[in-house]
Design a protein around this ligand. Sequence first.
Ligand SMILES: CC(C)(COP(=O)(O)OP(=O)(O)OC[C@H]1O[C@@H](n2cnc3c(N)ncnc32)[C@H](O)[C@@H]1OP(=O)(O)O)[C@@H](O)C(=O)NCCC(=O)NCCS
Ligand SMILES: CC(=O)OP(=O)(O)O
Length: 326
Amino acid sequence: MSDLFEGLKAKLTGQNLRIVFPEGLDERILTAAGKLAADGVLTPILIGDIEQIQAKASDLDVSLDAAEIYDPANFAMMDELVAAFVERRKGKATEEQARKILLDENYFGTMLVYSNKADGLVSGAAHSTADTVRPALQIIKTKEGVRKTSGVFIMVREEEKYVFADCAINIAPDSQDLAEIAVESAKTARMFDVEPPRVAMLSFSTKGSAVSPETERVSAAVAEAKLRDPLLIVDGEFQFDAAFVPSVAEKKAPDSVIMGNANVFVFPNLEAGNIGYKIAQRLGGFDAIGPILQGLNRPVNDLSRGCSEEDVYKLALITAAQALTK
Ligand SMILES: CC(C)(COP(=O)(O)OP(=O)(O)OC[C@H]1O[C@@H](n2cnc3c(N)ncnc32)[C@H](O)[C@@H]1OP(=O)(O)O)[C@@H](O)C(=O)NCCC(=O)NCCS
Ligand SMILES: CC(=O)OP(=O)(O)O
């Protein structure tokens, strides 16, 4: 495991953080949860039918001695969660609707986090991103000063470490959205020692080599990001090679502060971001940890349905680390 994750494990040991895994019956989740508990880095809370989870754990030879298991269909504090949900959704759900909604494992798990019964949540191994994150958008909501949450990946290959954003949430961001994504991604980068963040706003054009509404949206985002955080190292619009390869940057953007040395890459829309991270992961051999949702009041993170057990383990470490810095 890379230095990043060894460092996180050391930081989390003894903190006794509690992370919810709504997909308690998924083999990758069960195995990773068992390992997290055995390593003493956090207490997993698995959601689902208790007997079925215990039987599956036994088949997989996973010990759940240090884990907790809750079944939404049989949860002693359900009335409390229902009341808190109705209050939070103010007029958007009746008590009867709330009782039904909270049988859904992602809504139930998110309410455990919202009501301080857990420190964070990891889901998405078996659910789409929309089904995983919608409860968090509705219940946890964004921090003051953040309009929209966005999803970043930490891309790791041996000693190389980069941040890619937004690869998960905002389908067609405008220039204000892109500027916010840039500023929030730099904060996430610092949290995971991608220092100092050097943010490249990506496009199919470098510094006006093509002009279209798409390229102008990205260059407007650069100006807006500089206004929002005057100390941020950010520039664009860049093609990926101009952002990443110093010799190409010398030709295409010789006056830029980035100089082909970016470590945080903001994609112009979700098509580019989601496709881009999967190409780096599957063709480039990078570990893609995420998507980590940034800008939320409490940590809730999504997995790709193509994730491995190791991805679950690592995203849980990241989620717990976010809880420590909230
Ligand atoms: C994220 C996503 C599910 C939200 O869509 P949605 O559920 O239709 O959202 P809605 O417009 O109905 O809004 C639901 C709530 O979430 C909030 N919301 C929506 N997008 C948000 C964002 N980016 N940040 C914060 N809150 C957001 C809304 O304000 C609304 O809150 P309210 O109910 O309290 O008023 C949608 O944008 C999406 O599907 N994105 C792509 C996900 C994906 O497939 N990614 C690729 C794989 S990772
Ligand atoms: C992040 C992501 O792309 O998720 P999925 O592969 O589950 O759609």
